[in-house]
Design a protein around this ligand. Structure first.
Ligand code: AMP
Ligand code: MN
Ligand code: MN
Ligand code: MN
Length: 283
């Protein structure tokens, strides 16, 4: 089973449009695939349209397409990402929820711009907006990182995150995200499976991660992202064991944002560990 249930398009902070991602997914012969943009499902209709443009021969080889989203939440003050897989894209509750998320991103962007300007980095909002079709709603830190590179205040996006936008830095404004429970509920009410994204990225101790998993399960969360790009065997073993301990199904995805990186390619993932129940058994 070649799968990838976590990647980003231009509708959030990815560099590729849905049609370009689709071409990659077909090139990789994926069997199962989802685009999971941050707080938006706007790529879905565009992806379906791109599929219709393909020849019948190409359409016969398409991966099974799963709807997806990666929702920004907070838990005990930390920013936590929850994937919603196999959601109903028409679901009223989810769409309303995501409209608010996009507005929160807009409000946060204004705050980020103010904080960075106060540090003498200049006016960055216009540059960030230009990378998001001039829309304030939905703006991300990645847009700011790119605007900072363009204006010359940093050399690379990495430096922008290391100095200004990364965890705990001045531009890491996350207090506006809804609590974990509300995010899981929005996914569940839309018929989706809530999956805790990249559990090791939060840099929690295993004890704290288990507390998060307790709360996540109590809220109705059903899956754990056990496989991510660039993981080592120990990390995989830990996540596999946690999925079993908390009776969570196992998901996996590259979290691809751009093409051409050797360590992060669409669908280049190890299999879901045999001891785990794969998330697709719920689709
Ligand atoms: P946001 O959704 O606006 O909070 O931005 C979070 C996004 O920024 C993540 O999904 C990553 O794509 C990117 N990101 C977060 N931390 C880093 C980092 N240290 N270096 C590069 N990109 C990062
Ligand atoms: Mn991202
Ligand atoms: Mn994430
Ligand atoms: Mn992601």
């Amino acid at each position: 089973m070649k799968y990838d249930l976590h990647c980003h398009s231009r509708f959030s902070d990815g560099e590729l449009g849905p049609a370009q991602l689709l071409a990659l997914a077909c090139e990789q012969n994926l069997d199962l695939w989802a685009i999971t943009d941050h707080d938006t499902i706007a790529a879905w209709p565009v992806l379906l349209e791109a599929c219709e443009q393909l020849s019948q021969e190409q359409q016969a080889k398409l991966p099974k397409l799963i709807t997806g989203v990666e929702i920004s939440s907070q838990w005990q003050g930390a920013g936590i990402h929850i994937l919603g897989l196999n959601i109903d894209p028409q679901a009223e509750v989810l769409n309303q929820f995501l409209t608010v998320q996009a507005q929160l991103r807009g409000e946060r962007a204004e705050l980020i711009a103010k904080k960075l300007a106060a540090k003498g980095l200049g006016e960055l909002l216009a540059g960030a907006l230009a990378l998001n079709d001039d829309k304030l709603d939905g703006l991300s830190r990645v847009h700011f990182a790119k605007a900072m590179v363009a204006s010359g205040v940093v050399k690379s996006s990495k430096q922008a995150f290391d100095k200004w936008l990364g965890n705990g830095k001045i531009g890491d404004v996350k207090q506006s995200w809804p609590e974990l429970e509300a995010c899981v509920a929005a996914i569940t009410q839309a018929g989706g499976v809530a999956v805790l994204a990249h559990p090791l990225k939060y840099k929690f101790t295993t004890t704290k991660l288990k507390r998060l998993l307790n709360d996540f399960c109590a809220a109705g969360g059903r899956g754990l992202e056990v496989v991510s790009a660039g993981q080592n065997p120990q990390q995989l073993a830990l996540l596999s064991q946690l999925a079993q301990e908390f009776e969570l199904v196992a998901s996996g995805g590259s979290d691809l944002h751009q093409a051409g990186l050797s360590w992060c390619q669409l669908g280049q993932l190890v299999p879901i560990p045999k001891a785990c129940k794969p998330v697709w058994e719920l689709f």
